[in-house]
Design a binder for this molecule. Structure first.
Ligand code: AKG
Length: 310
């Protein structure tokens, strides 16, 4: 039996930004996870996104394979991605579709791939609009996270992290028939995310679990329950590096229950050229920086290489 975690609920538009920033700080120290409300995406919109996402995953495999993942955009079929290469050489039983930055970051041509308008009319428009809303919520959240770290609220803009951020929206589908309530089948094996923050919407089917003490064995897993209308937010590894491990990038996984499940994760990574180095407010003589500075783009490339190597 796993226990359900009681995560704090953060209101993105609360006028009391200082007290909100303090709550975020505590949540990121204790859990690396929290719920976000008033993020600008109505429940109705989230419902429509999942309807459209379902239409895509219902397409025949040959149709989806016309857009195979390239430059981290497009479709990855079942078992293509291994989030925990240390414990298994098999990929995870989930399929996904990645949408990268809508404006070009390094190339003159936008590299996103889209299903044809004839097959899924208005699909692209819906996902682009969802992407923009997630990016806007993510940027607003980062200004609160900056306050939570005792730096100026435009810190992440000033260091260039949010100038053409390398943000990816991943639509996910975990087929129902692969698990049963008696099996321990991972839809996503244990992993932490790579970027600054992840904003996650789920369709209400449970499955997400976190392990707060990643170095302790045996691992203790706690459920993160779906809260209607709220996004689930978690800190990623780049933010853990920036904060010298003050904010945790918590290990998480998805268990299959026999029920089909859809989710959408928005990974907000810094701009490729942004240098990520320990914040002064997070180190001291007795707690020196644990990681050398690194370019955001180099860090992401290496993590993706390991995930898709096997
Ligand atoms: C990931 O894609 O990194 C996830 O952890 C997905 C979580 C979920 O589907 O609930």
């Amino acid at each position: 039996m796993t226990e359900a975690l009681k995560l704090p609920i953060i209101d993105l538009i609360s006028p009391d930004r200082i007290s909100t920033a303090n709550s975020i700080r505590q949540a990121c120290i204790d859990y690396g996870f929290f719920y976000l409300v008033n993020h600008g995406m109505e429940e109705e919109l989230l419902g429509k996104v999942f309807e459209e996402s379902k239409k895509f995953f219902l397409l025949p495999l040959e149709e989806k394979m016309k857009m195979p993942r390239k430059e981290h955009r497009g479709y990855t079929p079942l078992y293509a991605e291994n989030l925990d290469p240390t414990s298994s050489s098999e990929g995870d039983p989930k399929e996904s579709f990645y949408i990268g930055p809508l404006e070009d970051i390094t190339t003159p041509v936008n590299l996103n791939q889209w299903p044809s308008e004839e097959i899924l009319p208005s699909w692209r428009r819906m996902m682009e609009s969802f992407y923009r809303k997630l990016l806007s919520a993510g940027k607003r959240l980062l200004s609160l996270i900056a306050l939570a770290l005792n730096v100026e609220e435009d810190f992440f803009e000033k260091v260039g992290a949010l100038d053409k951020p390398n943000a990816f929206l991943r639509l996910l589908h975990y087929p129902g028939e692969l698990g049963s309530s008696d099996d321990e089948i991972y839809g996503s094996s244990a992993h932490s995310d790579y970027g600054m923050v992840t904003l996650l919407a789920t369709d209400g089917v449970q499955g997400l679990q976190v392990c707060r003490e990643k170095f302790k064995q045996p691992r203790v897993w706690e459920d993160v329950l779906h809260v209607d209308g709220a996004l689930i937010v978690n800190i990623g590894d780049i933010m853990e590096r920036w904060t010298n491990c003050l904010f945790r990038s918590t290990l998480h996984r998805v268990m299959l229950s026999g029920k089909e499940r859809y989710s959408a994760a928005f990974f907000l990574e810094p701009n490729q050229d942004c240098m990520v180095e320990c914040l002064e407010s997070c180190c001291s003589e007795s707690s020196p920086p644990r990681f050398p500075p690194i370019r955001g783009g180099d860090y992401l490339q290496e993590r993706l290489r390991l995930t898709y190597a096997s």
